[in-house]
Write a protein that binds this ligand. Structure first.
Ligand SMILES: [Zn+2]
Length: 468
């Protein structure tokens, strides 16, 4: 339809869309006040263990002296929910969406979200949001397809009329099937490539591969002197016994050494290919691939965790990715943070459960986040993570590094490659600025979450930190 439009018609259509800019919706009052159950569901789904959100005693000792909602939940409170109410006000962008749908731009994806937090929300706060349509772009060619960006701005007030926060939000409405790349996204060659070579198996190594199929990393152990050895052999190199069994390793280790292979390229692998010598906590070392981080992110000594990559119907291969570190239990002081400091890598395995449960916990019932058939009908390869979750996970990542008393002032993200199930997004970040503003000591963190297709989320956040 739109591809048959002349340039003049396209311009006229864009002008018609833009006539809606400036429309302001009627105020939407949240269905429920800020409440502990919704916060708990959010924290469970996002795996955010900051006690200030759920533990009254810890919250009492924190910077707000009472339970607060995770700031990234800002726009979850006024989401319409699964069953719209008669009283729900019309979205000021609904006229634009209807025109775009009618013209064939039925695909929809959120691309940017910027939150500003004036204060954290407390239990019992009752939010009202007012949405304003602030921009509709000309037709653009994007990787996903031809479409228009639609930008809204929402201001949130509490029950007393105080301005508590704002959100600037951009979506792309696009025509499915008009993407520039049609599947040829960088690194997206997994579907057609030949499988990896099958591991050779014999009676000495059978236990290892059997364990791996069940998600266990098994290390051969001498039943006489308890010595561990890898790779497995017929007898113990310590005492010479042939009485061999195995132990199950915990899967945690550290990178002892590594090489990065660029050539020659075997079609079953992704290049550059990181090959690490991993020292397990149990003390033995094994050679394996290091996944879910770039070669430039490899550091000798970095903590790693095993996962099992299914390479054939009957073979799983233990490989390693950066380990998720435990939360920082003491909040970083402003003076202890320096520009250039790097945050530790953090893998976020993208399970279907994560994608669905976080969408529901953020009260986003759009079918593309939980229904694969509807997602593909709308131009997506699979269900994909919603933008509120990308915000929530980014905040969790920075918060886990900074400590629970760090206070978020804003959170700005831009989305790229979608987060589809059965991939892994690895977060990285660094301190990019420090400043003092309005009596507060602020550190700016820039972060990125990459999956196998490229950067999914890129953003910055300002956090206020306690002084030393
Ligand atoms: Zn032995």
């Amino acid at each position: 339809m739109s591809d048959e439009m002349t340039d003049a018609q396209k311009e006229a259509f864009a002008a018609k869309l833009r006539r809606e800019v400036g429309n302001t919706g009627t105020p939407t009052t949240a269905r429920d006040p800020v409440n502990q159950p919704m916060i708990r569901h959010w924290c469970d789904a996002m795996e955010d263990a900051n006690p200030l959100y759920t533990d009254p005693d810890a919250a009492k000792r924190g910077p707000h002296q009472e339970i607060t909602a995770p700031p990234a939940m800002l726009n979850a409170w006024t989401m319409i929910g699964l069953v719209p109410r008669v009283s729900d006000p019309e979205d000021p962008a609904s006229g634009v969406y209807a025109m775009l749908d009618e013209a064939g731009y039925v695909g929809v994806v959120a691309t940017n979200s910027e939150h500003v937090y004036h204060r954290y929300l407390k239990l019992g706060d009752h939010l009202t949001g007012v949405v304003k349509l602030v921009d509709v772009s000309d037709e653009k060619q994007t990787a996903l397809g031809i479409g228009h960006f639609v930008t809204t701005e929402t201001e949130y007030h509490d029950q007393h009329g105080n301005h508590v926060g704002s959100m600037f939000f951009r979506i792309l409405k696009f025509r499915p099937g008009t993407g520039r790349t049609a599947g040829a996204i960088d690194g997206d060659s997994t579907t057609e490539r030949p499988p990896r070579p099958r591991p050779s198996r014999n009676q000495n190594t059978d236990f290892f591969w059997q364990g791996s199929r069940g998600g266990e990393l098994r290390i051969q152990q001498c039943l006489d002197c308890q010595r561990l050895q890898h790779p497995p052999g017929t007898r113990c190199p310590g005492c010479g016994a042939t009485n061999m069994g195995h132990t199950v390793a915990c899967g945690k280790g550290a990178l002892y050494s590594y090489v990065v292979a660029h050539h020659p390229r075997v079609p079953s692998f992704d290049y550059p290919l990181s090959i690490g010598l991993v020292e397990l906590e149990e003390g033995v070392r094994l050679v394996s691939n290091i996944t879910d981080c770039g070669p430039d992110q490899l550091k000798v000594g970095m903590p790693l965790e095993a996962w099992h990559m299914q390479t054939h119907e009957d073979v799983s291969l233990p490989v390693f990715r950066p380990a998720r570190l435990p939360r920082n239990l003491t909040t970083l002081a402003f003076d202890d943070v320096n520009v250039g400091d790097e945050l530790p890598l953090c893998p976020i395995p993208l399970t279907p459960t994560l994608i669905v449960s976080t969408a529901i916990a953020s009260r986003d019932y759009q079918d593309v986040h939980h229904d694969r058939d509807m997602a593909t009908k709308k131009g997506s390869e699979d269900i994909f993570m919603n933008i509120l979750t990308s915000s929530g996970l980014s905040a969790r990542y920075v918060g886990d590094w900074a400590g629970s008393d760090a206070v978020f002032k804003n959170l700005k993200i831009r989305l790229g490659a979608p987060n589809y199930p059965d991939d892994c997004m690895t977060m990285s970040g660094s301190v990019t600025a420090k400043r003092e503003a309005d009596g507060e000591a602020i550190a700016e963190i820039s972060f990125q979450g990459r999956n196998s297709r490229g950067p999914h989320v890129t953003g910055t956040v300002d956090v206020a930190l306690p002084r030393a």
